[in-house]
Design a protein around this ligand. Sequence first.
Ligand code: DGJ
Length: 703
Amino acid sequence: MSIQVHKKTPIFLINGEKSSYVFGWDAKFQALRHIYWDKRVSNVKDFEFLPLKELSANESEWDIMMEDYAPWGGRRYKTPCIKATFADGTRDIVFEFLKYEIRDNILTVYLKDRHYNFFITLYYQIIEKLDILSRWVEIENKESNDIIIENLYSAAFHVPEIGMDSTQVKGYWAGEQQLFTERLFPGRKIFESRKGTTSHNHSPYFILSKNATEYEGEVYFGVLAYSGNFKVSIDVSQYDITSVTLGINDFDFTYRLKPGEKFTAPKAYAGYSTEGFSDMSNRMNQFALEYILPKENSGKLRKILYNSWEATEFNISVDQQIKLAKIAAEIGIELFVVDDGWFGGRNSDSAGLGDWYPNKEKFPNSLSELIKKVNDLGMDFGIWVEPEMVSPDSNLYRLHPDWIYNFPNRDPTTARNQLVLNLTRDEVQEYLISALDKLLEENNIAFLKWDMNRPISEPGALNLDRIDQKSLWYRHTQAVFNIVGALRRNHPNVVFEGCSSGGGRVDYGALEHFDQFWTSDNTDALDRLYIQEGYSVMYPIKAMCAWVTDVPNCHTKKTTPLDFRFHCAMMGVLGLGINLLKCSEEELEMIKEKIKEYKEIRHVVQEGKLYRISSLRKSEIHVVQYVLDERESVFFAFLKGQKYISLPYQYTVKMKGLDPAVEYTITGKDSKYKKNGDYLMNVGINIYMIGDYQSQILKIQAK
Ligand code: DGJ
């Protein structure tokens, strides 16, 4: 049984295949005490609450204990999960345990405030085979007055240890997902966003480990399924406990819960592994494929797209796009995407956002002329939009200058010459749904790229009461998903790509609504190896788009060989951003070959397990291996730059994830040989690379 209960207390034991999570209601302290999160234990009856004694008046039992979900109230000075103010001014919550229910691998714990009709319901769901625990919280106001929620985290997790390492990513536009690990010392460490989106800066997750490697050691991890302002707080207490709380950021946040109203906080997904970081990544990858990605497309392999953004930017015309489409079809592209610049008065980034109809000069016969041509050439058609924004120079803004976020007596600040639409207004949401619906209805569009190119500023919404202003951040995020949800319902076959100036909205909340992400605006293949490595730690490869673009790279000015660029982009969902009109016949032939090769391996890349065998962060070579069902594998190796002539340019690399008893055929560009799985994993193979920006792919196939 995956969920057991020791009824007297009650203590709950939630079991995955390899791990256990234990907590219960301690009547003595009237608290939901956390007991255990570690290797699997079979019997709930073996667990009990350890006695707790106050050390002094300064160290309360509630601060010393681990609470699975702590209210702010009484003698608690730690990071609480929930904080509220009642109508009479009381700012203290006291939990009362009502009952629990276990149904379909979901444990529901019903709590209430002891005095006020304020109900807090906690949900715990276990996916046994993946050892992933989902947690979410619902609150309900059955008082006759408003309750002001000042903080509502989704979950708290505890490890009764100190000296742990935290792994996160840091980054910025065009430099996302840069992995780093740091030792945690007593005190509080916060990763957050205050920008209205997930942001390029950090990711809404935590990873705690001690001496763990890619393949060994204990790793505790958890993600928040939310795309707005988030907060991950890691507290190393004076009592030698490491605790994590994660949820909606409480910075500039309040939510007025009206009488009769319910509010559900975003979900958190967590896991524990004894098999290092790769086991964590592969379980989350599988979890995303099976449970998170939108069902309409999760079972389908992602198509190879062409996007002309880097090649042409705003300077597009129907003739030029048709010329590109003809070549794209010849080289094997499956989806042709027109990016920014097709609509309204959009000739640069200074106009047009909000006017979601074709620019008459660029598309005199509307979009249908191009779409028909693209479809006749055998490709799907896709298009770019940035619905949350408006350009001051647009018909939409001229008609509705009051549809933006702003404060009274303040000028709204533009960024990239654009303002953010106030999505908390129903009429704004309605306008966007109808405009985009019309676009999808009237045109045979199979793919929509949803972009968001600046954070929210001056977060004021004149349509909301003063008391509701700080709920704006949350409402905005919900509105984005409402709109995407409405479009998906009407157009279930359309593939949605999430983008926010590259990878500014990559998270498990967005993953429920978007089929894939534009990972970064940085398409420099070498930089991309680092970005993709950071991404792969927590997010599924099937959602990681990667384009091959022109050199010198438009952002970094670096020149890398076509092979290197392709091999890097083939590690995710391959796309092309090269200016095909400038390619020689020979280059097009090479590109065609590579696309053909990707089609042969993409099922392994997009749906297989991933092993980060060697990283440029720590070594001279970068090696990543993908394995599907222990039968098929693809092995990518990169050498950044040659160092000293005397160094042997031969690298011995041990493979991962194969069946030791099976014989495999290894096929490289100029080689083909057979080896047993145990040899490949224990002795390894030798790869030879010399020079700068070298790369190679090996295909490994069970006989
Ligand atoms: C930012 C995106 O990340 C790019 O791919 C491109 O779509 C531009 N916006 C267009 O403005």
